[in-house]
Design a protein around this ligand. Structure first.
Ligand code: AGP
Length: 611
């Protein structure tokens, strides 16, 4: 939520800042702004709307300078107007960009107003600008780092900050607590900050990750970092791993479509180096994992959104293949509940970004009360990974589309590997492990075949374009797949979609079914198929139109009111992974037909770093 970019360099940085914002737009896109030191004064330009509006304004009103901060916003406090857009300033000499939420901004604002500081926005961020100005006025030496340290000590909540001052125009000061911020180490004569490495791949592939509570001073030639206790610290400089083209759209019309099509490749990357001779390589989880897995008596999964759906599928696998109890809960509930965590609980968090505020808070809340914490995550240096005892990366590469696609399927692969690792320590037969590993090796090829359904799914999507509602049904591990299908459809096409375990239909939702309610079903050829077919009859009998992704068209026959597309045969464990693809494509094509903003759907942001 919200994207920050900052630069200090010996060359003009305006274009770098704008390009950085474009690459961060997935984090929020309701307004954007920039502040630059031009050698004489701080200049600010802000616009409501997308980064393009800011770019257009900058073309008419060029800003130049080697020190600047920029921001793309996802509104929390105050409407998405130009006046609420960042950077916020106190007077003419200090500018701030902020990602996060300041929970105690109201009393701070009241105090500052009483002291005569004028407020021009409804944001929580503006208090930071005035607090800094007040602090600088109190300090004879005008030290920006000292002022940021004093002010951040007064803030409750989460923040990543970039600050520049006309009184110290050789430096950019950054701070983080609870929101992500990375330093881009320039190749000479320049340094950068950003919410995400992707923003800075245009200028560097070397990064330094700030820890919770760190404050950093960047000049053209140096980076200094202090920890929360005010002590100087040194963090390693890490090379970006994915290659700099990973974040490009290529020839695809949308990031989402590109990411759907990348799934065979990224599933392969998630498996790479983690199996050998049909067995899982337990070292993938870290040297101490085996000893921990031995002691696990129960698994508690915590995640949000799509990652939560991945967790629901893992519950079926863990209970069936490992035979240990597994609880799954959304992080926003889990973190505020008095949870009972029996001895031997492994806390398993799942997150694409590794920065989701609720998931991180859940980890921090119970970390000391569990046997160990394991993060399944797509971003190696993320807070979730750094704060967990063990981690397994999903290797999906950057996911830019707000709707999660390849992150989900690679999470499922990582969760199945986790199931095997635990199973090995808890009685899963070696033959079963070998069978599943062999099936996983075939998966990329099957995913490729499933993508060949794309033209037929595009046709099918036409039936949804004029609809207001849709129902998604599944049974067993395919029920969370139906949940994920419904989430995809609603988030990018704005069609109201609900998901149910098919067996629940007659307990209420059947009342909704008529010819205006398309019913989407995932129906592999498995033990539950006959029961599912009976549920589908209930829908047909009420005039509901069925769209079935089936393992065998012989079993679910197409007829008037029943469209069937055949999905390649796959082993039961891998069904939820394979059957996800057609649902992703269906949502994508419906959204394209409806003309929505597929990669940046309204009201949403990719990384939910506020609660
Ligand atoms: C799904 O398409 C969304 N992007 C959303 O539900 C997402 O999965 C959720 O916000 C969790 O994000 P995370 O995986 O980065 O923690």
């Amino acid at each position: 939520m919200c994207g920050i970019v900052g630069a200090v360099g010996q060359r003009p940085v305006m274009e770098i800042l704008l390009e950085g914002l474009r690459r961060l737009e997935y984090r929020g896109y309701d307004s954007a702004g920039v502040a630059l030191w031009n050698g004489e004064q701080l200049q600010r330009l802000r616009r409501a709307g997308k980064v393009q509006a800011l770019s257009d304004a900058a073309a008419e009103q060029p800003l130049a300078g080697g020190l600047g901060i920029a921001h793309t916003r996802w509104a929390t406090h105050g409407k998405p107007t130009e006046g609420n857009a960042h950077p916020h300033m106190s007077g003419e000499r200090l500018a701030v960009v902020h990602n996060g939420i300041i929970e105690n901004f109201e009393p701070l604002k009241a105090q500052l107003q009483a002291e005569g500081y004028p407020f021009s926005s409804d944001t929580d961020t503006e208090v930071i600008a005035h607090l800094l100005a007040r602090e600088l006025a109190r300090q004879p030496q005008h030290d920006l780092v000292a002022a940021v340290a004093a002010v951040t000590g007064q803030l409750e909540g989460a923040f990543a900050l970039g600050v520049i001052s006309a009184d110290q125009p050789d430096q950019l000061v950054a701070a983080r607590k609870g929101s992500p911020l990375v330093i881009g180490v320039g190749l000479g004569g320049e340094n950068f900050i950003a919410s995400d490495q992707l923003a800075l791949l245009q200028v560097t592939d070397r990064f330094m990750f700030l820890a919770e509570g760190d404050i950093a001073r960047l000049t053209c030639d140096a980076i200094q970092v202090w920890n929360a206790a005010g002590e100087p610290v040194e963090h390693p400089v890490v090379q970006y791993e994915h290659g700099t083209s990973a974040a490009d759209k290529g020839t695809f019309k949308h990031y989402m479509l590109k990411e759907i099509y990348e799934q065979p490749e990224v599933v392969k990357a998630t498996l790479a180096g983690r199996t050998s001779n049909g067995r899982l390589l337990e070292q993938a989880f870290g040297a101490e994992a085996g000893a921990i897995f031995d002691q696990v008596r129960q698994v508690q999964i915590v995640a949000c959104g799509t990652s939560y759906h991945a967790g629901l599928i893992a519950k079926y696998w863990l209970e069936e293949l490992v035979g240990i109890p597994c609880m799954v809960e959304v992080a926003s509930e889990f973190r505020y509940r008095k949870v009972v965590l029996p001895q031997g609980t492994l806390l398993l968090t799942i997150s694409q970004s590794g920065e989701t505020a609720d998931t991180l808070a859940a980890l921090r809340e119970v970390k000391e009360r569990v046997l160990a914490s394991l993060a399944i995550c797509n971003v190696p240096g993320s807070s979730l990974v750094r704060e967990s005892d063990l981690s397994l990366m999903t290797n999906a590469g950057p996911e830019i589309g707000v709707a999660s696609t390849k992150a989900f399927t690679t999470q499922l692969v990582a969760l199945l590997l986790t199931t095997l690792a635990l199973g090995r320590r808890h009685g899963l037969a070696e033959a079963d492990e070998q069978r599943i590993v062999t099936d996983l090796q075939q998966l990329p090829q099957l995913l490729q075949q499933a993508l060949e359904l794309d033209p037929a799914i595009r046709q099918m999507a036409q039936a949804f374009a004029e609809k207001q509602h849709a129902l998604f049904l599944g049974r067993g591990t395919l029920y969370p797949v139906a949940m994920e299908g419904a989430l995809k459809l609603k988030e990018i096409s704005y069609i109201h979609a609900e998901s149910y375990p098919a067996g629940e239909l007659k307990h209420g939702p059947l009342a909704l079914v008529d010819k205006e309610m398309p019913v989407v079903t995932v129906a592999p050829r498995n033990d539950m198929l006959d029961k599912l077919k009976a549920n589908l009859q209930e829908v047909r009998a009420r005039g509901g139109e069925l769209f079935v992704f089936a393992g065998c068209a012989q079993e679910v026959k197409p007829e008037s009111g029943v469209q069937v597309l055949e999905v390649p045969q796959v082993s039961s464990e891998l069904e939820p992974i394979l059957y996800t693809l057609p649902l992703q494509l269906l949502s994508y094509h419906v959204a394209v037909l409806k003309g929505t903003d597929v990669d940046q759907p309204r009201n949403l942001a990719k990384s939910v770093t506020v609660e």
